[in-house]
Design a binder for this molecule. Structure first.
Ligand SMILES: Nc1nc2c(ncn2[C@@H]2O[C@H](COP(=O)(O)OP(=O)(O)OP(=O)(O)O)[C@@H](O)[C@H]2O)c(=O)[nH]1
Length: 323
């Protein structure tokens, strides 16, 4: 075979490969007019190379983010460097449907795109090439993994019965607020509260009714919270709330409003009307506190006092009367 024949063969094969390769190939001139449009682009866009050649990319596909994409392409022309567009930055450049069986749940094809400068025989960059990769499988797997991790993280931080923060996560929030106070001196308060005579509810109506009461209280608590508050189920029938930017007096307002709301409310369980009350202990942060554990212990002592003084009331921890 002569050298010419061999070169012709190579060229023929290359053209065949460009047409059939499972990657999109597009060549654009300086005006963004399309010079090459391979089989992959034809199959996914439904537009044949013959009908698209010579037409302007942005007129042909008016959904393209023209100014953003032109800016990227201009930098390839000017700097003679490659540029990349990742699916994480923009899920797709060309709006192609996704037909993959495994990732059939995606409506469109996720794409990575490489922009490549193409030089003429004189070394000038007269054209650029777009190489479009279908990365739907990778993208969907990554997105599913991310969603699963987020679900797991939520589960690991949430109490199953009430959907409040669980004790471990709530304690982390409390520590953060304590640290914030140490740095910025914000007023912050802690409220611990506990359902009164809860054992009797379980004994009289059964454990399931007890669970419903816990859920009912959580629901009323959630209704009373501000965005910056952090509420948790501290233990069985004990709840804890960190009130950011709130002094002890403000916390007493919050606590007493919630206490009255709970006292007034009724829960109907299997035709029985159940009424409960709660006792609450409040402690605000002050500079004498050595650590967050002490803050919590003070709120707990105030809760104990609230129980001792007859229940269904709120008590602010008072350092002087405690000593
Ligand atoms: N139904 C139900 N009961 C729980 C749960 N967690 C703890 N308890 C019960 O809550 C009761 C708490 O009883 P105590 O600690 O004696 O307190 P109390 O009866 O509320 O009395 P005071 O707090 O002194 O007013 C116990 O009987 C626990 O079994 C739970 O998730 N569901």
């Amino acid at each position: 075979m002569s050298y010419d024949q061999s070169a012709m063969n190579e060229l023929h094969w290359l053209i065949d490969m460009v047409q059939t390769i499972e990657v999109g190939l597009v060549v654009l001139d300086r005006n963004f007019d399309i010079q090459l449009w391979n089989g992959f682009m034809e199959n996914h866009s439904g537009v044949s190379p013959n009908s698209i050649k010579g037409s302007n990319l942005f007129e042909q596909f008016d959904y393209l983010p023209a100014s953003w994409l032109k800016q990227k392409m201009e930098s390839v022309f000017l700097l003679k460097n490659r540029a990349f567009i990742s699916w994480e930055q923009r899920p797709y450049v060309f709006k192609f449907k996704n037909y993959r069986p495994i990732t059939g749940r995606a409506d469109f094809m996720y794409q990575n795109v490489t922009l490549l400068p193409l030089s003429s025989l004189t070394g000038q960059i007269t054209h650029i090439s777009l190489i479009v990769y279908d990365v739907t499988d990778v993208a969907i797997n990554k997105l599913q993994l991310k969603a699963a991790n987020e679900r797991l993280e939520h589960l690991s931080q949430t109490d199953g019965l009430t959907q409040l923060h669980n004790r471990r996560h709530w304690q982390m929030c409390m520590q953060k607020e304590f640290d914030r106070h140490s740095r910025y001196g914000d007023k912050t308060s802690l409220v611990m509260f506990d359902i009164d005579h809860f054992k009797k509810i379980n004994d009289n109506y059964g454990h399931l009714a007890g669970d419903k009461v816990i859920q009912h209280i959580s629901h009323l608590l959630k209704q009373s919270l501000r965005e910056t508050d952090c509420a948790g189920r501290y233990g069985g029938e004990e709840f804890s709330v960190v009130l950011a930017h709130t002094c002890a007096k403000g916390a007493l307002n919050f606590a007493d409003r919630l206490r009255k709301k709970i006292e007034k409310s009724e829960l109907v369980f299997e035709k029985e009307t159940i009424k409960v009350t709660v006792s609450m202990g409040i402690s605000d942060i002050n500079d004498q506190l050595e650590n967050s554990g002490q803050w919590l212990a003070y709120a707990d002592r105030a809760l104990y006092q609230a129980k001792e003084s007859g229940r269904n009331n709120c008590v602010i921890y008072d350092q002087d009367s405690a000593e």
